[in-house]
Design a protein around this ligand. Structure first.
Ligand code: PAF
Length: 283
């Protein structure tokens, strides 16, 4: 596996692969890789001839007081995992390579409305940081396709919308959430959990499932179901930021035309803020 720290080196390699007619798959990450990321790599490998993964903790998507400084950085482990997973190139830029001279990028990409609800309401500016860095990375790598995890459901929706609105020639692939056997969604931030917190963390998925089962059984009192979700998470000593039932396509409140719903939640547990979601088809 090649490691490139500079945009110029990455571009040179991509040029060569393109000259050979290769289809390029891209997996953007912030590193601290786990099985969830490996499934994104696998999804890219199945669809592309060459796979590039970026490892970049993007300062633009962290708000004041958030965990940018302490976000786990494990580049050597990441390198090994990516090489074992058959990644062809690891792009590992310094912050100054992406944002030269400390310029935070005068240009921001904002996906209106979608970026202001749910996680965007709790983390103002977060999704502008995500959309901006992903647009930059797409410009740098120029992939044919890019894979993102469905665990970050709202992020995936925002990236799909940005790509469509800006006519970027990149196919966006969503990959299913990878879970531990007890249901906890894999996340780099699970590392922040103490042993006791890790033991209760699966209650998030259990609560999502309980609500999904009730919707599946015909319950349509969404406000009551959301209140139930919040109460369940609080009972597990978590501090939920939201527990919302939305249309799976629009992320707005369910409409009579909704065919599929998604239940989304974010909750604080000790030093970690965990997010998860579950989709339910309507019959
Ligand atoms: O999901 C992530 O890890 C990040 O938000 C992403 C897409 C790599 C952008 O920094």
């Amino acid at each position: 596996m090649i490691t490139a720290e500079r945009i110029s080196a990455l571009r040179e390699q991509v040029r060569q692969w393109r000259a050979e007619g290769a289809r390029i798959g891209f997996v953007p990450t912030m590193g601290s890789l786990h099985e969830g990321h490996m499934s994104l790599l696998e999804a890219a490998r199945q669809r592309a001839d060459r796979v590039i993964a970026s490892v970049f903790v993007n300062p633009l998507q962290f708000g004041p007081g958030e965990d940018f400084e302490r976000y786990p950085r494990t580049p050597e482990d990441d390198r090994r995992l990516l090489a074992d997973a058959g990644c062809d190139l690891m792009f590992l830029p310094a912050v100054a390579e992406i944002y030269p001279d400390n310029r935070q990028s005068a240009t921001r990409v904002t996906v209106k409305a979608l970026s202001e609800i749910l996680d965007g309401a709790v983390r103002p500016g977060h999704f502008d940081g995500v959309a901006t860095v992903v647009a930059k990375l797409f410009g740098i790598v120029q992939p044919d396709l890019a894979v993102f995890g469905e665990k970050d459901y709202q992020q995936l929706a925002i990236i799909r919308r940005m790509t469509a609105d800006l006519d970027l020639p990149v196919e966006i692939v969503g990959a299913p959430t990878v879970r531990s056997p007890d249901g906890l969604a894999m996340s780099s931030r699970n590392r922040y959990l103490s042993e006791a917190e890790r033991a209760v963390a699966p209650r998030i998925h259990e609560t999502l499932r309980a609500v999904a089962t009730r919707i599946d059984a015909g319950e349509r009192t969404f406000a009551a179901l959301e209140a139930f979700g919040i109460a369940e998470l609080r009972a597990a000593r978590m501090q939920p930021d939201y527990f919302e039932i939305r249309d799976a396509q629009t992320l707005y409140e369910p409409a009579r035309t909704s065919r599929e719903l998604v239940i989304l939640t974010a909750a604080r547990l000790g030093k970690a803020r965990l997010i998860d979601n579950l989709r339910v088809a309507l019959r």
